[in-house]
Design a protein around this ligand. Structure first.
Ligand SMILES: O=C(O)c1cc(=O)[nH]c(=O)n1[C@@H]1O[C@H](COP(=O)(O)O)[C@@H](O)[C@H]1O
Length: 303
């Protein structure tokens, strides 16, 4: 995570077709380190940073994080709710933060967790995955609990734009299990059904498909097959108790595609940009070491 690079550029010079998200993400993870930092402007963090809990404080917070980290972390993940709570002025800050982060070379994963019937999903897709939309992002989180098929408009829009979609599968919160671990009539867990759909979407993609899964780093065990051919966003590192060292046991043969995500445990180091950077670099280094250590232990290069 040392050398500032520009993996977010979706279109290669002289090439009209956008470069697929999976290729851009793989490059970003390899060059910058496999880490996502969440941009979650909690009211308590604004206060701790000496900022007012208002749109001006929000803008200062968001831009400080973007300026400190977007030229070196692989992925920045703004959590939309923390911006939406300020209404249109908060959404305007989100637009500026997304544009500035992409400009600085980070891939922006919009954490919006959208999910609805297909025709409404198409509007969400237009919001985040249309290249001309004010909130256009490199990827967006979506919820499959109205049925995986309801996500089709987002999956199609992502492919067309060279963007990605991260589908909730096994979330980091303990309450998720009652739905996600439920067993379907064919004997699979709901989470496995979702993961199987994702794998189908990514079939044949190299190095990574555009459809990721969200798998909480807090889980004691996976209990499902995580080899979906796409990235595995792993929130829950830091404030929710998971560590980079937990990742090899949880992800097993899918470890190379894991993208751990940390929000509060990096953000609490602000507003000093150097302290924010050091916290992110330390996490990226620990993830790299955990992945490399697992590769040595198994004789598998985990690539
Ligand atoms: O999709 C997510 O990012 C997500 C999925 C999940 O299972 N658990 C989870 O915590 N998240 C998000 O990841 C972030 C975690 O923040 P911290 O606990 O502060 O690191 C929040 O923005 C959550 O909304």
């Amino acid at each position: 995570m040392s050398s500032p690079t520009t993996p977010s550029a979706a279109t290669a010079p002289g090439d009209a077709a956008p470069e697929p998200f999976g290729a851009r993400l793989r490059r970003a993870m390899d060059t910058r380190g496999p880490l996502c930092v969440g941009l979650d402007p909690h009211a308590s963090l604004l206060t701790a940073w000496g900022l007012a809990d208002d749109p001006a404080g929000l803008e200062r917070f968001a831009m400080t994080v973007v300026e400190a980290l977007a030229d070196r972390v692989a992925v920045l993940k703004p959590q939309s709710a923390f911006f939406e709570r300020f209404g249109s002025r908060g959404v305007a800050v989100l637009e500026r933060a997304v544009a500035a982060a992409r400009e600085a070379g980070a891939l922006v994963l919009m954490d919006a967790k959208r999910g609805d019937i297909g025709s409404t999903m198409a509007a969400y897709a237009a919001t985040y995955l249309d290249r001309d939309a004010p909130l256009f992002s490199d990827a967006v989180t979506v919820s499959p609990f109205l049925g995986f098929g309801s996500l089709r408009p987002a999956l199609a829009a992502a492919r067309a734009a060279g963007s990605g979609v991260f589908v909730l599968a096994l979330t980091s919160n303990p309450e998720g299990a009652e739905v996600q671990r439920a067993v379907t009539p064919d004997g699979r867990q709901v989470a496995q059904v979702i993961l199987d759909h994702i794998a189908e979407e990514n079939a044949g993609a190299d190095p990574l498909g555009p459809v990721g899964a969200v798998v909480g780093a807090t889980l004691a065990e996976a209990g499902v097959d995580l080899r979906v051919g796409g990235p595995l966003l792993a929130p829950g590192v830091g404030a929710q108790g998971a560590t980079p060292e937990d990742l090899p046991a949880l992800f097993g043969p899918a470890l190379a595609n894991a993208l751990p995500s940390v929000s509060r445990d990096v953000l609490r180091h602000g507003p000093d940009p150097a302290a924010l950077r050091n916290a992110a670099v330390a996490y990226a280094d620990r993830v790299r070491a955990a992945v490399a250590g697992a590769g040595k232990a198994t004789g598998n290069p985990l690539r």
